[in-house]
Design a protein around this ligand. Sequence first.
Ligand code: PRX
Length: 651
Amino acid sequence: MTDTIDHTLEELRRFPPSQHFSEQAVATEAEYHEAAADRLEFWAHRARELLEWETPFTRVLDWSTPPVARWFDDGTLNVSVNCLDRHVAAGNGDRIALHFEGEPGDSRSYSYAELTTAVKRAANALSSLGVTAGDRVAIYLPLIPEAVIAMLAVARIGAIHSVVFGGFSAESLASRIDDAEASLVITADGGYRKGRVFPLKPTVDEAIARTRGSVRQVLVVQRGDNDIDWQEGRDIWWHEALADASPNHTPQAFAAEHPLFILYTSGTTGRPKGILHTSGGYLTQAAFTHRSVFDLHPQTDVYWCTADIGWITGHTYVVYGPLANGATQVIYEGTPDTPHPGRWWEIIEKYGVTILYTAPTAIRTFMKLGTEIPGRFDLRSLRLLGSVGEPINPEAWVWYRDVIGGGTTPVVDTWWQTETGAIMISALPGITTLKPGSAQVPIPGINIDILTDGGAPVTSEDGGLLVVTDPWPSMLRGIWGDSERFQETYWDKFGDKYFAGDGARRDADGDIWLLGRVDDIMNVSGHRLSTAEIESSLVAHPWTAEAAVIGVSDAITGQAVIAYCVIKQSHESDHDPAEFERVLRDHVAKEIGAIARPKRVYIVGELPKTRSGKIMRRLLRDVAEGRPIGDTTTLADPAVMKLIEQMSRAR
Ligand code: PRX
């Protein structure tokens, strides 16, 4: 944390908005004043202006039973109608909603009219399979148009989707299916990644075999053409189900607080938590932030958010925000370097992308490759760049603007979380003078503070804990099936102020700098991983006696996962440390998913512990980051750290 502060204090570059950008900007200074004068009326106004309500709401916020907020709760709407039908009814049916680029080079575009018809068919297909409002549907798909169609079809009939990232293992998928008691899974035979087909359906089969049996059917999209097993009576081809379904569908309106989706994310314990979001408030803030933070001009912009639908960014800024706003967007199935390292820039040139939203890890990876590759493509269509998922270091920010944005585009660094549902802190392009490295200011209608551990406001430029002081429309409404954990995780610390789990500081101008997590959650390439979850996976291996996992700074991925393991005496002489390391790294990847695979697993004789048995991760972090080891006087056996240091250096 200290390094970050030192570094950010040196950052003095400022980028005021150009007159040209300000003149056409969607966001207005007036919105800040409007929100400051009457916050609830500000959000009510946005909800009415940006969405179509079947029954208009008369109540804005009910916060009488914290921590569960109710927004617009006597209003009704259909989320899918807001993302589709109303644009067609407004005469924009021919506007492209999705330009899909497959990794092998195939492409398809859907107009709003075509996407609406596909979603209607899918909604009818789901209903005919017996899915009804409130049922949970697990979605385990590559980033292909069917993923978007599936999510909107589930929403259209009032069912609840739980999208599971395609990189998660059978075990991770099974635990999410069980927790939500999903009755249907939508998957594909396989998808394309790094030039190869990665199978999905076999993982679903394996996952279902491990569940407690809630799944009745599996809808399978044909994508990879890989061989798959087929269970008659349970498995159904998506294309056949849709072909049999009617293209007409009369939508039903649901209450604003009707659940829309569950999305699992890592917490500080071994078990992921199912973050629950509802309809009207979520869609309001998704649409508002997508419009104002990305300066969306739906008639002319081509927007591209590179996130997968398995993450919250894919939910809010690939599916719900852009489609609610009638935007034209690009989705890309594959990796940035397939079949060549300029693939993203080629896609931007091909579709004339004007707004790009991606993660600092991707930017740093491109930085390492140099300016020559993007230099081969025409990127002049870009007029706005966004960043999300982790702090963006000023060097990467400036490179992004200079090399990708031609030295002119604003860059907005957006802070938010799975739990917040939508952007909370960000500059507004055309208004804010940009400061590389800082997420800057709360968006209008959001109240943020920085507190000491004891709950007092931090008045100096010292760091503290980030809180959201008042309920916001897209806030989580709970953790699926675990209201106690919801209360404990976010609300026990500061009463009715939401504790985000991030450290932050405010500079003399009032701009906010994010300083990373203050809990045991790591952030690797913008993805959340829990130290506890990886530790419990490691100790589940028959060789492992004990494990400690830490996140250490990494120049490209932000943080990297490093594990220290003690091998059981009975197995100590079975293998050499390199073999133990290889097997344990693979074990975690298999148990949780490849994103959780530790970068290194160090085999050690003992872990550094206090006399009461608490593992001192701080000391392990010192070793892993190459710092002198801090105070070891509280260790039960101070000699342990010397040994660990020697072992880490030796390999
Ligand atoms: O630590 C913060 C970091 O990512 C966490 C949220 O992760 P997740 O729920 O997976 O959502 C990621 C996409 C919204 C936060 O607690 N984080 C996210 N955006 C930023 C960030 N840290 C610094 N700057 C950001 N812009």
